[in-house]
Design a protein. Structure first.
Length: 245
């Protein structure tokens, strides 16, 4: 069964699709599904012949897979933190980054008006990425789609988690302290050095009577974040991330 009625497999088109399969690491039984995932509305006879419906499905599949990945990989994260990371990962910007890393812009089938542009708009690459997720799901199966997402989105998830953690060490420490110790953390300014226009601050976090390894920062806010990170490390039995001296 051919998925797309406009699919006419010329040798040139099949060669292009084969290179796309090699690039994404997935082989399609129904090449017309892969073709449909790459057809932008600007080159389709009508909107139903474009990749927009696949994009709709792929967006939902991507969201579900990323949520499951985050759920199992980060058991210490609360719902709000997981939601923020998921929103970052499944954004158009991140889908475009994942698609561009695969070079999907080389395979997009565009109308004359779009193909005359010097560069392919990132929004088109993002849509193609989501469409590919759906096409893989439909043709090869749910597990193959999940593996594709894990391969292509794994680095983006790690970046999002690292960024979210760096911004929220104090929030994470507060949640851990209240959950495990029934107390709210506090912060002590222990030292400061440098001229007035370029001071550094040394701060230690404490929970109850327990004081954790201090950290230096370029301002009090950064020092408190780093002190909270060191506290979390000690609570987990790990070495402090930031030096005390």
């Amino acid at each position: 069964m051919t998925f797309s009625a406009s699919f006419h497999p010329t040798p040139e088109l099949l060669a292009m699709l084969g290179e796309c399969e090699r690039r994404i690491g997935v082989t399609f039984a129904d090449k017309s599904l892969l073709y449909a995932a790459l057809v932008h509305a600007s080159s389709a006879d009508h909107r139903l012949a474009s990749n927009e419906r696949l994009e709709f499905l792929g967006d939902a599949i991507l969201g579900a897979v990323v949520c499951e990945m985050l759920f199992w990989r980060y058991p210490e994260y609360l719902e709000g933190e997981l939601t923020q990371i998921k929103s970052s990962v499944v954004s158009r910007q991140t889908c475009a980054k994942a698609g561009e890393a695969l070079g999907l812009e080389e395979f997009l089938i565009l109308g004359k008006g779009m193909s005359s542009h010097a560069t392919v708009p990132s929004s088109l690459v993002a849509g193609a990425y989501e469409s590919l997720v759906a096409a893989i799901h439909l043709d090869v199966g749910a597990e193959a789609a999940k593996e594709f997402i894990e391969r292509s989105m794994g680095p983006e998830i790690e970046l999002a988690v690292a960024g979210e953690s760096e911004r929220n060490y104090k929030s994470m420490l507060q949640q851990v302290a209240q959950r495990d110790f029934g107390a709210t953390p506090g912060y002590h300014l222990l030292d400061e050095k440098g001229p007035d226009h370029s001071k550094c601050f040394k701060v230690a976090a404490h929970v109850g009577e327990v004081r954790y390894p201090p950290a230096w920062g370029r301002n009090k806010k950064e020092a408190e974040q780093r002190a909270a990170c060191n506290a979390l490390c000690q609570i987990r039995g790990e070495e402090p991330t930031f030096a005390a001296e």
